[in-house]
Ligand binder design. Structure first.
Ligand code: GUN
Ligand code: FE
Length: 420
């Protein structure tokens, strides 16, 4: 058991933030048991972890991040998606064939993840099986929980970053067999890069793999208008981009699925997302950097679509999900200002929900302090922002979202384990 004392803030739903000032939180078997005004009798022998006036919130979830792109983040931000992939992303990812290079770069990525406010991630590796296993090993040791995908891609990329179809299938199966029972915290996720990267034959093979292994799925959807036109050419039998995944049962119906971006989804695509319980990873910084656009998140939330946030390193330059929260607010305001459409602006409560309970849902009961939730938490000291004695806890939370960095993190817990 654990007993923590401090100021707790968490989401009940997208419109409601719960605040427990100066209380005790009991954690049993890694899960939240409840809040108390005084030390409860069942925990009278447990040492109190007293965080005084610090703020304790659920750990953040990053639903979309490319680990092998971390090394060149903050570069090439003057291009749109398809040119950026060809000029920067593919070149860098090709280097992960070399395990020494992969170890050096993935170690830096994992160190920074460990020291961040993020406790759960869904990660793209590269097509390289051995480097992907190395990334999974490093993450396991860091104590965070993550899905990691060996990427599948057999067309429309340079020779040095392309598989043939059979190789892609066989390497994926070998990867899955090699990591069986290897990890406590890290799990595999099927990762067809996006439709332009995967032949129909490869999509068929991934569907077959999924019949046997029954894994979650992640990919990209409707990020950029040129990409969408290209997918329409590649799959003329479909009514929208999503149907090109759904054709192969790789769109939520059978296995839980994350689709990153969803900036330009027509209504029938949004309806399919909703119907198939697909989770949208909203990546506002990436969508600004690559001039992709602004996703209609308010509309998705109103439709009851599951949404969380993603850093989308390296199209997004910051690993911080706090930053993704403030970016999500800011771009939603620009969407309202520029389109003239009403009801586009995301509230503090909504973006806090997206970064915690909304994204956490993909991992189970994660991202809140309600009874039974896995205890993922971040303890934050906000004294460096200046005197906060006149501010409410909710105001202090908003400042943490806009102003904090890793230096404000005092402690971090994942499923009840203290990792920093
Ligand atoms: N679509 C296909 N691959 C990528 C990628 O690496 N980053 C982004 N932002 N979009 C993609
Ligand atoms: Fe991406």
């Amino acid at each position: 058991m654990r007993l923590l004392k401090g100021n707790f803030i968490y989401s009940i739903d997208k419109n409601e933030i719960e605040i427990k000032k100066n209380q005790y939180l009991l954690v049993k078997d890694g899960k939240v048991e409840g809040f108390y005004n005084e030390v409860p009798s069942i925990a009278k022998d447990v040492k109190v972890e007293d965080y005084k006036d610090n703020i304790i919130i659920p750990g953040l979830s990053d639903l979309h991040v490319h680990a092998p792109q971390y090394a060149f983040r903050g570069m090439g931000m003057d291009m749109q998606l398809l040119d950026w992939l060809n000029t920067y992303a593919f070149k860098e990812e090709g280097k992960y064939k070399n395990l020494e290079y992969a170890k050096k770069q993935y170690s830096k990525f994992v160190d920074d993840v460990k020291n961040s406010a993020t406790t759960r991630l869904s990660i793209f590796a590269t097509l390289h099986k051995d480097a992907t296993i190395m990334l999974m090993d490093l993450l396991e040791n860091a104590g965070v929980k993550a899905y990691v995908g060996k990427v599948n891609m057999d067309r429309n990329s340079p020779e040095f970053l392309s598989e043939d179809t059979i190789e892609s299938k066989e390497d994926t199966i070998e990867w899955l067999e090699q990591i069986k029972d290897r990890y406590k915290n890290i799990k595999p996720i099927l990762t067809p890069r996006f439709i332009p990267s995967c032949t129909d034959k490869l999509m068929d093979e991934i569907q077959n793999i999924n019949k046997k292994y029954k894994l979650p799925i992640q990919s990209h959807l409707s990020e950029n208008t040129s990409e969408i036109d290209w997918v329409a050419d590649l799959h003329p039998d479909t009514n929208n981009y999503a149907e090109a995944y759904d054709k192969y049962n790789l769109f939520g119906k059978e296995n839980k699925t994350i689709m990153a971006h969803c900036v330009h989804c027509p209504d029938d695509e949004l309806n399919l997302i909703k119907q198939n319980n697909v989770t949208v990873a909203h990546c506002p910084q990436s969508n600004a950097n690559l001039t992709s656009g602004i996703a209609p998140i308010k509309k998705m939330l109103d439709m009851g679509i599951y949404v969380g946030l993603g850093s989308d390193i390296a199209a997004g330059s910051s690993l911080s999900i706090f930053r993704a929260m403030s970016d999500a607010v800011q771009v939603s305001k620009l969407r309202e200002a520029m389109t003239g459409e009403k009801n586009q602006i995301l509230t503090l409560s909504e973006v806090f929900y997206l970064g915690t309970k909304g994204g956490g849902k993909f991992f189970g009961n994660v991202g809140s302090f309600e009874k039974g939730y896995e205890f993922d938490a971040i303890v934050l000291n906000d004294e460096s922002f200046g005197d906060n004695s006149d501010f409410t806890l909710k105001e202090r939370l908003e400042r943490i979202i806009y102003l904090s960095d890793d230096r404000n993190i005092v402690a971090k817990y994942v499923a009840g384990n203290k990792v920093i």
